[in-house]
Design a protein around this ligand. Structure first.
Ligand code: 5GP
Ligand code: ZN
Length: 113
């Protein structure tokens, strides 16, 4: 989609700090990280949210998550990790290209409670 910010990240029109990439998905640091290493994983194909995600695309995204989680574990040494996926404006979705948040957690001091 031409006016989608994440499609622009996929095709290199806007820069991102990439954590992982393969033929079908890309993971990059969130522009406003809620904790150190906050990462988004997206399919390269434009799908608005979970309701549009076909099973092949879902599989490609979800099978990449453990790889990315382990890369973040190695890089940032968190104590835990939250996976969060907002679907629809009412649920807090602000970018309408499917994405999963990977939010490393560092215990009481990480500010998220
Ligand atoms: P949502 O609220 O839709 O679940 O999450 C969208 C996320 O995308 C937000 O955490 C926001 O900081 C991030 N984001 C928005 N624009 C950009 C951008 O241009 N680059 C990066 N790396 N992250 C972005
Ligand atoms: Zn898109």
């Amino acid at each position: 989609m031409s006016n989608c910010i994440f499609c622009k990240i996929v095709n290199g029109e806007i820069p991102s700090a990439k954590v992982y990439e393969n033929e079908h998905v890309v993971a990059f640091l969130d522009i406003s990280q809620v904790t150190k290493g906050h990462t988004l994983v997206i399919p390269k194909v434009h799908k608005e949210n979970i309701y549009e995600l076909d099973s092949e695309t879902a599989q490609r995204v979800f099978e990449s998550v453990p790889l990315i989680a382990n890369a973040l574990k190695t890089e940032f040494n968190p104590l835990g990790l939250n996976l969060i996926n907002n679907n629809g404006e009412a649920a807090g979705q602000t970018v309408f290209h499917y994405h999963m948040h990977l939010i490393p957690r560092y215990g009481k001091g990480d500010g998220l409670g």
